[in-house]
Ligand binder design. Structure first.
Ligand SMILES: Nc1ncnc2c1ncn2[C@@H]1O[C@H](COP(=O)(O)OP(=O)(O)O)[C@@H](O)[C@H]1O
Ligand SMILES: CC(=O)N[C@@H](CCC(=O)OP(=O)(O)O)C(=O)O
Length: 297
């Protein structure tokens, strides 16, 4: 325990702990989908904090499901091969060599690190890709240009989700395991697809009828043009931010995944700063609101 925590007066500590009770009661038995962005997982101490938070949520009776990203980790592996990633509207253009790297990094190194850390923290994590249990069926993405819907971009082996079969996730949850999902889909001919992790998290939260979707990233939330945090965003406000270019790059698929979930009945959708220690715990178990909440209307 760090010194500053030890120095908190016992009465304040007790109050903070007691504050968690109504939230533990409210979310008991509920599914919480957590998108763990590649940009939020670059610091080993924060990674360990994240794993502890996930285990704590499980032990107090919630059902956390982790969907992880790994954009920067894929980029580092590509760089070692002398390649550089190229993105269109937040999607990595994925040729067959890139696809091999994506699979190897996501389902290998990144997933196994997270599984290992959760297990070290006392949980029982199980890694899955979209292929396991037929979880994520996909097809090649036909991506319209944001400004010209008649124009489509070819982004290679990037997938769009055709269907999600959540039975494997549900079976694991019922058995006290914590599923850790890599955003890889498979097609009709068993081919692999690279899918943006935000999109997978949004769809999985919908299909699982999750209570919450928490997206951990490397910004305090969605920012306006001046860099101020927007604490609350409706679908209409989001359209305006898309139109005036305030939202770009990796935030495009993130907001799309978030909005998709909010419109499909996920009660609370939050984009929060994964660089703040225990950000997720604070958001779920205290009165304080963090980051940006995305609302369907
Ligand atoms: N309006 C915005 N507010 C906050 N971040 C934005 C905005 N527009 C674009 N971004 C970019 O989106 C990034 C987060 O997306 P991404 O890099 O894909 O993260 P992750 O790995 O967590 O999915 C931010 O670091 C920032 O560079
Ligand atoms: C199609 C596409 O863009 N796939 C992403 C998958 C990883 C991901 O989404 O990672 P973050 O959440 O860390 O951004 C990629 O190749 O980078």
């Amino acid at each position: 325990m760090t010194d500053h925590v030890q120095n908190i007066p016992p009465r304040d500590k007790a109050e903070i702990l007691a504050q968690a009770l109504p939230y533990i009661r409210k979310f008991h038995g509920k599914t919480i989908v957590i998108k763990y962005g590649g940009n939020a997982m670059t610091d080993p101490e924060l990674q360990a904090d994240f794993a502890e938070d996930v285990v704590l949520l499980k032990l107090v009776g919630m059902n956390p499901v982790v969907v992880h990203g790994g954009g920067p980790q894929i980029e580092a592996a590509l760089n070692k091969l002398g390649k550089k990633g190229h993105f269109i509207q937040g999607m990595r253009v994925t040729d067959s060599e890139t696809m091999e790297v994506v699979e190897w990094v996501l389902a290998g190194e990144v997933q196994q690190d997270i599984v290992g850390l959760i297990n070290q923290a006392g949980g029982k994590a199980v890694g899955l890709t979209g292929r396991d249990g037929g979880l994520i069926r996909a097809q090649k993405l036909k991506m319209p240009d944001r400004n010209d819907p008649d124009l489509h971009h070819d982004v290679g082996q990037v997938g769009e989700i055709v269907a999600i079969d959540p039975s494997v996730v549900k079976a694991l949850q019922d058995d006290a395991f914590i599923p850790v999902v890599s955003p890889l889909g498979f097609g009709a001919d068993n081919e692999s697809y690279n899918i943006n992790a935000d999109v997978v998290a949004g769809k999985l939260a919908t299909v699982l009828k999750a209570e919450k979707l928490m997206m951990l990233t490397n910004t305090p939330g969605v920012l306006d043009k001046a860099g101020n945090l927007l604490t609350n965003l409706s679908a209409r406000e989001i359209d305006e931010l898309f139109a005036d270019g305030t939202i770009s790059g990796g935030m495009l698929p993130k907001i799309e995944g978030a909005l998709d979930a909010a419109k499909s009945g996920v009660n609370a959708v939050h984009i929060i700063d994964g660089r703040v220690p225990h950000a997720m715990l604070l958001e779920i178990l205290t009165d304080q609101a963090y980051g940006t909440m995305i609302r369907a209307r």
